[in-house]
Design a protein around this ligand. Structure first.
Ligand SMILES: [Mg+2]
Length: 323
């Protein structure tokens, strides 16, 4: 629970040189904005990244928007100087996965503009007759579309989801169903398992790192900043990246101790990183571990995990049917 500079009270141990060049993968919802409101200090943080030429990429599991949509959204919120190439969504990750692992495959997509554009970009043809894959993202699901997807899976299409989030925050009071919930619907109806791209899948983190910069040779030169333990922090830890948790989103400090995997560092918000990015030096608080375990292990009311991996391991029995 300390920064990469190494503890000053560790004589004899070879300390890592600081400043070491870092690149940042940055989650958006709960890190940069929440409920269409910019998190204080987030614009300064992005300005510091841009002005110092620090490599960064916004990493989101939301497969609905395109890079252009996200650029405009952030501009309206007061974050300027960004372009579509600064964003990497789970839809782009899914399309990249398909084009790399199965060139010239076809797909039937249940999703919004961001997913359709990402598949189009990778030249994956839309196929509603005999696709290799059914790809499920957020939104735009109708009974008609899900029925079609069900039929195509029955005919042999493989089921792929852009991300495993069962629900996503809309505001502090409201959530909406996510791509994971739609995939679960099709898993239940077909008895087939989906494969989940997006965070925390390592493919998302490894491909994002490749897009981030050619100059970051070591994986621990990459920092993932996120507000969600199950996706942002878990994926970063499993990819051997540095994992910074911010407390401006879905995770409360007292809940952090519930998890096996732990962040490298916990911050109130990205505002705490502005000086560090500007100067290339760690802030004085960087080595002070303020981390408390949950006083009791019980989950509090409303503490729902976005990604319940274990739930996917349970069998989903399907009654025998005649064909
Ligand atoms: Mg988030």
């Amino acid at each position: 629970m300390r920064l990469t500079s190494g503890s000053p009270s560790a004589p004899g141990r070879a300390e890592k040189e600081f400043p070491m060049k870092l690149g940042y993968l940055i989650d958006m919802d709960g890190v940069i904005y929440r409920e269409n409101q910019l998190i204080p200090g987030a614009a300064d943080f992005v300005t510091a990244l841009v002005s110092t030429g620090t490599p960064f990429l916004f990493l989101t599991n939301n497969s609905a928007p395109t890079g252009e949509d996200l650029t405009v959204r952030l501009k309206h919120l007061g974050v300027h100087g960004l372009s579509p190439k600064n964003f990497y969504t789970s839809a782009m990750n899914t399309a990249e996965f398909l084009s790399e692992t199965h060139p010239n495959c076809t797909a039937f997509a249940v999703g919004e503009g961001g997913l359709l554009a990402a598949l189009h970009e990778r030249k994956i043809a839309n196929d509603a007759i005999h696709p290799n894959y059914v790809v499920v993202g957020e939104g735009a699901a109708t009974t008609e579309k899900l029925t079609k997807a069900h039929e195509l899976i029955e005919k042999g299409a493989r089921l792929l989801a852009t991300n495993p989030d069962n629900w996503c925050p809309v505001s502090s009071e409201k959530t909406r169903p996510g791509a994971g919930a739609l995939a679960a619907f099709l898993e239940a109806s077909t008895g087939r398992r989906a494969y989940y791209l997006g965070k925390p899948n390592g493919y998302m983190f490894h491909r994002a790192r490749a897009h981030l910069s050619d100059s970051l040779n070591r994986v621990d030169q990459v920092v993932m900043i996120g507000d969600t333990m199950e996706t942002d922090i878990r994926g970063a830890v499993e990819s051997a990246m540095l994992a910074y948790l911010v407390l401006t989103g879905s995770t409360q400090l007292e809940d952090v101790g519930d998890y096996v995997y732990q962040p490298t560092r916990i911050l109130h918000s990205v505002a705490e990183l502005v000086e560090e990015v500007r100067t290339g030096k760690p802030a004085p608080f960087a080595d002070s571990p303020y981390f408390t375990h949950a006083k009791n292990g019980g989950h509090k009311h409303g503490n729902r995990h976005q990604t319940d991996i274990l739930a996917l391991q349970r069998p989903r029995p399907r009654p025998a049917m005649t064909k």
